[in-house]
Design a binder for this molecule. Structure first.
Ligand SMILES: NC(=O)c1ccc[n+]([C@@H]2O[C@H](COP(=O)([O-])OP(=O)(O)OC[C@H]3O[C@@H](n4cnc5c(N)ncnc54)[C@H](OP(=O)(O)O)[C@@H]3O)[C@@H](O)[C@H]2O)c1
Length: 464
């Protein structure tokens, strides 16, 4: 079925990194093989690159899709450009350019702000004032993370957006939510009573949520110096994972019911105190024989910077399901590996019958490890008897790998772009949800003292 009303996918920041690496390929994949969306990319920039410049960007972004030549060519050909001035305080002229490109008749419009967070508020205001979402069809605006830099700024940004747009028009991105293994958390929990009936304080001892990066700050120090690990990773990605592990079953599989449940668990998370946080900062070390700089030696980093590149937080959830079960959130840059996983550790067997002494019990804990990247899938850790004549108990995993079971795992951005076009907000962060998550970290966004140094390529500072 072809949609009667065509859609303009308007990308602010079309000349930037996100547009090139993620957004343009995702849009192409979302629309190229379907007749459901008549979508045209309109790249907005302050550089006068023109339609030819945007088409060149699109062509380069889709270089690895060469086997789909004619589809790529059509997509490139339809892509075009709109020029804005950074000095102007209105986008009225953008409205005129869009009407010219679209021609007569109604249009749907998506405004995707793939720009640094600083100008996002003023550009949203200008889009709202110029009523650019209203072109006779539906209108949606998409904002990238970070959404605000603390509770006050996120609340102010929400208030500003709500002056011009309804919540159903606002799509707050957290690309982790588009990852297949993250979406599968809901299925894993609520389609498998096997696990759900044990998913509580009676059976579970702790939950570890870890997102490790092996790269350093690279070229992003300008942004990262003002952000640090709590703002950059914990408040969004790791907190989203926390809500999906911790939430109650929603009343239905709808965007509002799911997001209601996520907000409810966030409301039960105790505001984190300084004593529950360990901050770290990577120091120069040799990785595979090559000396890599420490954070303080990276370009554009203040040599006295206290910006944490690693953080380990203990969260407490004060509700009936989770009271007394610590959720440990850990993330860092320049660690020994790139991986994201959630490890749920069960309480030990109540009695150890295999050895005489309780403190020498060979039975490992049951664990559920949900692997988000790389190697999406999960492992359930069991104790089994080693077929040795002597009674030996060892831990072994029962494993599931997405790549064994399914052929294509869509990229997170492709999933999210499809949802934007379909008007499905399930995987986007609602306004009250983003505020509830900032509230949790209000007192620990920055360390009071210098973070603990850890060698680049290690697993972070020693945690006592
Ligand atoms: N890059 C990623 O992998 C990634 C991943 C997740 C989230 N994000 C988020 O996505 C957003 C964009 O990231 P990015 O890496 O693409 O950024 P970027 O490359 O630094 O900038 C994107 C574009 O934004 C425009 N721009 C820069 N300053 C501006 C200003 N003051 N006013 C208006 N436009 C301005 C520029 O386009 P013109 O000069 O042509 O106007 C620039 O090419 C950020 O919020 C970032 O946090 C990025």
């Amino acid at each position: 079925m072809t949609h009667a009303v065509p859609t303009s996918f308007v990308v602010f920041g079309v000349t930037g990194d996100l547009a090139h690496r993620k957004l343009i390929p995702a849009l192409f994949d979302a629309v190229a093989d379907t007749n459901d969306h008549d979508v045209r990319l309109i790249g907005v920039s302050s550089q006068p690159v023109g339609a030819a410049g945007v088409q060149e960007i699109v062509r380069k972004s889709l270089a690895d899709r060469g086997n789909r030549g004619s589809t790529v060519a059509r997509f490139v050909e339809r892509s075009t450009h709109a020029l804005v001035s950074r000095d102007s305080d209105t986008l009225d002229d953008l409205g005129r350019q869009l009407r010219e490109i679209e021609g007569p008749g109604p249009n749907n419009r998506v405004f995707y702000l793939a720009i640094p967070p600083g100008p996002a508020a003023s550009i949203s205001t200008m889009i709202g004032k110029a009523r650019l979402l209203d072109a006779g069809g539906w209108g949606r605006i998409v904002l990238e993370k970070p959404f605000g830099r603390d509770l006050a700024s996120a609340t102010a940004l929400n208030e500003l957006l709500h002056e011009y747009f309804s919540e159903t028009q606002i799509y707050r991105m957290d690309h982790y939510l588009g990852k297949e293994a993250v979406q599968n958390l809901l299925t894993f929990r609520f389609a498998n009573p096997l696990f759900e009936s044990t998913w509580n304080r009676d059976r579970i001892e702790s939950v570890d949520i870890r997102v490790a990066e092996d790269i350093g700050v690279g070229e992003r120090a300008g942004y990262y110096e003002k952000s640090g690990a709590v703002r950059d990773m914990i408040q969004n990605h790791l907190t989203q994972l926390t809500t999906l592990v911790g939430m109650e079953a929603p009343s239905s599989f709808t965007a509002e019911a799911i997001r209601d449940s996520k907000v409810r668990v966030l409301e039960s998370v105790r505001t984190v105190a300084t004593r529950d946080v360990v901050y770290g900062q990577y120091a120069s070390a040799s990785i595979n024989g090559e000396l890599v700089p420490g954070y303080l030696d990276e370009p554009d980093v203040d040599p006295g910077s206290k910006t944490p590149t690693f953080v380990h937080i203990r969260l407490a959830i004060d509700n009936w399901r989770w009271q007394g079960v610590p959720f440990y959130l850990t993330t860092g840059k320049r660690l020994h590996e790139r991986s994201s996983a959630i490890v749920v550790t069960y309480r030990p067997a109540p009695v150890c019958i295999f050895h005489g002494r309780e403190d020498d019990c060979p039975i490992g804990r049951n664990t559920v490890t949900l692997r988000i990247q790389p190697h999406e899938g999960f492992d359930v850790g069991f104790s089994v008897k080693d077929p040795d004549p002597e009674m030996q108990v060892v831990s072994k995993p029962l494993s599931f790998d997405y790549s064994d079971a399914f052929k294509d795992i869509p990229d997170a951005y492709r999933t999210l772009v499809t949802d934007i076009l379909e008007g499905d907000q399930t995987l986007f962060v609602r306004g009250d949800e983003v505020e509830a998550s900032w509230r949790v970290y209000e007192d620990v966004l920055e360390p009071a003292a210098a973070p603990l140094p850890y060698p680049a390529g290690s697993s972070g500072p020693k945690l006592s």
